[in-house]
Design a protein around this ligand. Structure first.
Ligand SMILES: Nc1nc2c(ncn2[C@@H]2O[C@H](COP(=O)(O)OP(=O)(O)OP(=O)(O)O)[C@@H](O)[C@H]2O)c(=O)[nH]1
Ligand SMILES: [Mg+2]
Length: 290
């Protein structure tokens, strides 16, 4: 039996969450075309009883912190650095390779790493070969694999490479579990994802979700959540004219949450203004950013 922690690191938008979902075969981590979507470390388990348990971790994209929220996000990256048995260094092949190298060098990895080149389905001409040559002699690069997380291509090859590096040992988590995070967390994330989808500018970066109620009733699950923003003007935008936007968030989130928990839900959303919550320790804690 092999079992161990395989933690995904990379710059924002490299496709870390898309890769975690593709390997697990479930949508656990939220995804968006914008940077800084993921704020937590999310562990998900790939179980093959008697053979292996791969404990995969999605992490926030690595950035220089500007707010306490960013600091919390980078603590999540640090915790993933500490327990990794194997690191996946994920690169968007079209990204700035020097910047990726800076980030990976700064990690000072003490464990083996697979350098995974993602988004090969949209690689600019010559970019793939250039990236492979660039990373070939980097000290952290034990092996390179090219994939498309979106199109799920070459994932079996990646999984084989992961299993080769996985230590021997008993499973750490219950083999019936899929993740270490509670259902309530995923509910909040699915609502947050809709804000990334529907709003431009700074709104997604100023928004947090607080799930206050998750009550399983006979015929449905009743969920009440608050959308937290910085300013009254953002609250007005989230609500929209005659409540159009908040209804849209609700409709999209409800469909995803129902698919996720496999039950009908009743979803009630409120919007609250909490100025500068991203720099407030108490509020960060309240919203789940420990
Ligand atoms: N074309 C293409 N797009 C991809 C691929 N993988 C991810 N994407 C897209 O890249 C964007 C970012 O993906 P995410 O999975 O959210 O990236 P991330 O690294 O988790 O980003 P952060 O959480 O912000 O650090 C999304 O629009 C994805 O659909 C891929 O293989 N090919
Ligand atoms: Mg992510």
């Amino acid at each position: 039996m092999r079992s161990g922690f395989v933690n995904i690191f990379g710059r924002p938008n490299a496709g870390k969450s898309t890769l975690l979902n593709a390997l697990i075969g479930e949508k656990l981590a939220i995804v968006s075309p914008r940077v800084q979507t993921t704020r937590h470390r999310i562990k998900a388990f790939l179980n093959q009883p008697g053979e292996y348990q791969v404990i995969l971790s999605d992490t926030p994209g690595i950035i220089d912190p500007k707010y306490k929220l960013h600091e919390r996000m980078m603590s999540a990256v640090k915790s993933a650095l500490e327990d990794a048995d194997l690191a996946i260094l994920l690169v968007d092949v079209n990204d700035d390779l020097e910047e990726c190298d800076k980030v990976f060098s700064a990690l000072r990895l003490k464990v083996p790493a697979l350098l995974v080149l993602n988004k090969i389905d949209v690689a600019a001409n010559g970019k793939l070969a250039q990236a492979e040559a660039f990373f070939a002699d980097k000290p952290y690069c034990k092996k390179q694999i090219r994939i498309s997380a979106l199109q799920k291509s070459h994932l079996q090859k990646l999984l084989r490479a992961i299993l080769e590096e996985l230590p021997e040992g008993a499973p750490f988590y219950d083999e019936d579990d899929l993740s270490d995070m509670p259902t309530k967390f995923f509910v909040g994330e699915l609502i947050r994802e809709k804000i990334y989808q529907l709003f431009g500018d700074e709104i997604p970066y100023h928004a947090a979700i607080m799930v206050n109620e998750f009550k399983e009733k006979e015929t449905l699950v009743k969920i009440q959540a608050d959308i937290i923003v910085h300013r009254e003007s953002q609250k007005a935008i989230i609500i929209g004219e005659k409540g159009k936007m908040i209804r849209e968030i609700g409709t999209l989130a409800r469909a995803d949450i129902e698919a996720f928990i496999g039950r009908k839900i009743f979803l009630e959303l409120f919007v609250k203004v909490r100025p500068k919550w991203r720099d407030n320790d108490l509020q960060l804690k309240e919203y789940g950013y420990q």
